[in-house]
Design a protein around this ligand. Structure first.
Ligand SMILES: [Zn+2]
Length: 83
């Protein structure tokens, strides 16, 4: 999955802000990492982010999970030789 630095770079390109706190919140805590990427928990996670860092930050959280899923799918297809 993209590194925190890669997520920061895409947030900066998209919004003009890094949202490093958001990307670290999602990826850094190994004990909570799976839960914070869980799509079924996305509504409450997005609400928590919005309360902490605002509405645009919640959007960057959703985009973070989207970018991770997209990369994971691309890696899986490449593994099986699908282009
Ligand atoms: Zn992630």
């Amino acid at each position: 999955m993209p590194s925190i630095e890669a997520h920061v770079k895409t947030s900066l390109e998209r919004t003009g802000k890094e949202y490093k706190d958001v990307h670290e919140w999602v990826d850094k805590d190994e004990a909570k990492k799976v839960e914070r990427h869980d799509i079924t928990k996305m509504p409450q996670n997005a609400r928590e982010i919005e309360l902490k860092w605002g509405k645009e930050a919640a959007g960057e959280f959703v985009q973070h999970v989207h970018d991770d899923v997209k990369k994971r799918i691309a890696d899986t297809l490449a593994y099986f030789g699908v282009k």
